[in-house]
Write a protein that binds this ligand. Structure first.
Ligand SMILES: Nc1ncnc2c1ncn2[C@@H]1O[C@H](COP(=O)(O)OP(=O)(O)O)[C@@H](O)[C@H]1O
Ligand SMILES: [Mg+2]
Length: 310
């Protein structure tokens, strides 16, 4: 069963013509208890899609469903109850903590906003939550300004997860941290999913991080979904996914940059109005790719690709 589903979703931030879409005709479901990865280059619409799913921003067109309910037109007030089941962990979210707040204050905040717990219950929950992110009771009185970057990141996760949300968007949650910490945080997120059955949309441009934790992977290009891989070891079929993987798995940053634009560098990369969004960069583009829209088709069990050539 899908915990979140978006149907023919569009988002445009501007009124200029022709319309440029940050999210263009996206239909996607996230199953209960899975980690769905969302990858694509910077600016392709990943954060916009995550924010739409949480109803932090309004769609231009299309529907958003949560836990079997159409929430597209719910007012801010009516979203309140549902919002307590949704959370976001984003890059740098922990830098926004008030340095004069203690860990206890920071982690209690969602509980104070949404529910009435006794103080004993609150204390018990905070300790359990700290433990689940690998921190001890000795941290509870510390001020956030006294914590290391890694500790703050964990507190950010603890705060997001304290109300046992049904759905969590992790937007580049491990992108700015060093390798060792990244591994630790990915393990925490993964273990919590196994233990509590959380469902995540895991947004990242880091293929290695995606491969470490995700069940399925959705690939985005210029606001469109171009491929959904049924597992992290499924073979990529879309020319864009192939190039993206080749580039992101390349350790040398100089070659990496080259690889991403290895296809058709002379192309016009502006937003195409009609046909495949990837047409101008694709080495294999034909007339059909320039004129006919591509929709995701199921190629094999759970593997969807939007490409004429496959
Ligand atoms: N608040 C905003 N106002 C105007 N344009 C925006 C806003 N947020 C994002 N965009 C534009 O929407 C597109 C998608 O952005 P975003 O969703 O942030 O992509 P990603 O997370 O993949 O980097 C980009 O072209 C970006 O410039
Ligand atoms: Mg983003």
């Amino acid at each position: 069963m899908n915990i979140v589903e978006v149907k023919s979703l569009y988002k445009s931030y501007t009124k200029s013509k022709p319309t440029k879409y940050a999210v263009h005709n996206v239909s996607l479901g996230i199953e209960h208890g899975e980690i769905l990865g969302l990858v694509g280059e910077s600016g392709c619409g990943k954060s916009t899609l995550g924010a739409l799913m949480l109803k932090l921003i309004e769609p231009t067109k299309g529907e958003i469903w949560f836990d079997g309910k159409n929430i597209t037109n719910l007012t801010f007030r009516n979203m309140r109850k549902i919002r307590s089941h949704m959370q976001i962990v984003f890059q740098g979210s922990s830098n926004a903590f008030n340095p004069y707040h203690t860990v206890r204050q920071i982690i209690s905040e969602p509980m104070d906003n949404y529910t009435k717990f006794s103080s004993a219950e609150k204390e018990r929950k905070i300790l359990a939550c700290l433990e689940s992110v690998g921190l001890g009771a000795e941290h509870i009185e510390r001020y956030s300004g006294e914590l290391s970057g890694g500790q703050r990141q964990r507190i950010g996760i603890a705060r997001a997860l304290i109300l046992d949300p049904k759905f969590v968007v992790c937007d580049e949650a491990v992108s700015s941290v060093d390798y060792g910490l990244k591994k630790q945080i990915l393990k925490i997120l993964y273990d919590l999913k196994q233990e509590k059955g959380f469902t995540y949309l895991f947004i990242s441009h880091d293929m290695a991080a995606i491969n470490a934790v995700c069940d399925r992977v959705a690939v985005m290009y210029l606001g469109n979904l171009v491929e959904i891989l049924p597992s992290t070891d499924a073979t990529a079929l879309h020319p864009y996914t192939k190039a993206l993987m080749a580039a992101t798995l390349e350790p040398d940053p100089k070659i990496k940059k080259k690889k991403l634009v290895l296809f058709n560098e002379s192309g016009d990369f502006s937003y195409p109005h009609g046909g495949c969004p990837f047409q101008s960069r694709c080495l294999y583009a034909s007339e059909k790719c320039r004129t006919e829209d591509q929709l995701l088709r199921e190629i094999s069990d759970g593997h969807f690709v939007a490409c004429h050539l496959i």
